[in-house]
Design a protein around this ligand. Structure first.
Ligand SMILES: *Cc1c(COP(=O)(O)O)cnc(C)c1O
Length: 462
């Protein structure tokens, strides 16, 4: 087909048809999607999305966990326009650009002390991929570790670190990852201290003690082969909002330091205020060796990511070109100036609007409003940290017996909420609420009320 600039705007029916004909949606069973008439979003304002038929929806998952201040925020829109008047994109390969420098400086200021180097990329997956390769190369170039053949990555069970092959290797969500098994490099998973299902005969307290002890046992046994430990600090997001007990992150930091192993903190989901502090690591006074940032970095406006590193890591990559110590890694759109401008504007708004205070209040509101589900016969657990909520649904609360997977209970709740004008997206049978941090209280209430009603509707049919 040929189009000229005078092509008419396609009709809504045409758009829907083209969507089904041509768009392959991520993480979406396409055969079922084709039956569901999903909204086609045309615009957004504040905390709402509007589809091509003019229906409004509350954005209950902050457009996949990344929107911070709402949609079409005047200050961020303006910062992007101003940058557009200068330049949209220029490379960081061997050159630099104004907004990427300013943002690096700002990130170093606000990040845990000691992370002085910023390596840009475009998504959470690429931020993780860069961190893994940096950790691996670091050992090979380290003066006193030259003979080290460290290539084992230590992870936390149920972790999620993105969808590139490196990110998948260090992840362990059965549904997403098992098919790629033959492609992946070697890792060792520590038991997650946030797991719902406990080993037979263990109380939660026993199990958590066991998880703490396992960190030391595994590092003692395998420390010599470990290139890095990678974890989502405080909350494991994609495996169902698993909240770690206090002290676990700090414990991992102390032991990795003791054994001389770099710690990679993947704050792609928890960063930028999501758990109540700008970075989750702050809550346990932890400075990781590498820090991965993406999702909320640009307030959910543009694809941009950053991997922050300590001077100690960075130093091992210095040397004359012939020494072969360069980090030969990067992407075309690395450090894109429009993304950097959006990120700078967002960081300013977080501070100016005292957003972290709003998060505390919203978190308390979410907890209060959702407490009616505490004794619900199909709710196994309500997990909440800051403005991350996971409500795990089960067929039978007593044995924690799950619903049959083919019932797609979580997905049915999403469809029920959508009929009531709220967009949410589950993780299996865990209902996730992840509103933009700045969402006003009245909308938080609406989000909770609709989620509760959708859960009641769907579980009543059991
Ligand atoms: C979303 C996520 C990623 C992947 O980020 P993308 O931008 O989707 O590639 C990595 N790590 C964590 C913890 C995430 O939540």
């Amino acid at each position: 087909m040929l189009y000229s600039s005078s092509s008419p705007v396609p009709s809504t029916a045409q758009l829907r048809q083209w969507d089904l004909d041509h768009v392959w949606h991520p993480f979406t069973p396409m055969q079922a999607y084709a039956r569901e008439q999903a909204p086609v979003i045309a615009s957004g304002q504040g905390f709402h999305l509007t589809d091509i038929d003019g229906r409004h929806y509350l954005d209950g998952i902050s457009s996949l966990w990344c929107n911070v201040h709402g949609h079409r925020v005047p200050e961020i829109d303006q910062a992007i326009r101003d940058q557009l008047d200068q330049i949209a994109h220029t490379t960081l390969l061997g050159l630099s650009s104004v907004s990427s420098i300013q943002l690096a400086r700002r990130l170093v200021d606000v990040a845990p002390a000691g992370l002085n180097r910023v390596f840009y990329s475009d998504s959470g997956s690429t931020a993780v991929e860069a961190a893994l390769k940096i950790a691996f190369q670091y050992h090979r170039q380290h003066a006193s570790r030259r003979s080290d053949q460290r290539k084992l990555f230590l992870t936390i069970g149920g972790g999620y670190h993105g969808d590139t092959v490196g990110g998948v290797s260090v992840g362990s969500i059965e549904l997403f990852h098992h098919v790629y098994g033959p492609l992946l490099f070697q890792t060792l998973a520590l038991p997650s201290p946030g797991a719902l299902h406990l080993p037979a005969g263990m109380t939660r307290h026993d199990y958590q003690q066991f998880c703490f002890a396992e960190v030391e046992r595994v590092l003692q046994a395998h420390g010599q082969q470990v290139a890095a430990v990678i974890m989502e600090p405080l909350v494991q997001g994609a495996c169902g909002i698993l909240v770690h007990p206090p002290g676990y992150l700090r414990h991992v930091r102390e032991l990795t330091r003791h054994y001389g192993i770099p710690l990679i903190a993947d704050e792609v989901a928890v960063g930028f205020g999501r758990t109540g502090t700008l970075f989750a690591c702050e809550q346990e006074q932890v400075t990781p060796d590498l820090l991965c940032l993406a999702k909320g970095l640009t307030a959910g406006y543009l694809p941009l990511a950053a991997t922050l590193a300590t001077d100690d890591i960075y130093a091992e990559f210095l040397g004359e070109p012939g020494a072969g110590r360069t980090f030969f890694h990067g992407h075309t759109f690395t450090g894109n100036p429009l993304g950097c401008a959006a990120a700078l504007a967002s960081l300013e708004l977080i501070e100016r609007n005292r957003l972290l205070t709003t998060v505390q209040a919203n978190s308390a509101r979410l907890a209060d409003r959702l407490s009616v589900l505490q004794d619900h016969p199909h709710v196994a657990e309500i997990r909440l940290k800051g403005m991350m909520v996971g409500i795990e649904l089960v067929q039978d609360r007593d044995g924690l017996k799950p619903f049959p997977a083919e019932r797609r209970t979580g997905h049915l709740v999403t469809l029920a909420a959508r009929r009531q004008g709220v967009i949410i997206r589950p993780l299996g049978d865990v209902i996730v609420l992840m509103p933009a941090l700045a969402m006003p209280e009245a909308l938080i209430d609406q989000l909770c009320d609709v989620a509760i009603s959708a859960i009641n509707e769907v579980t009543a049919q059991v």
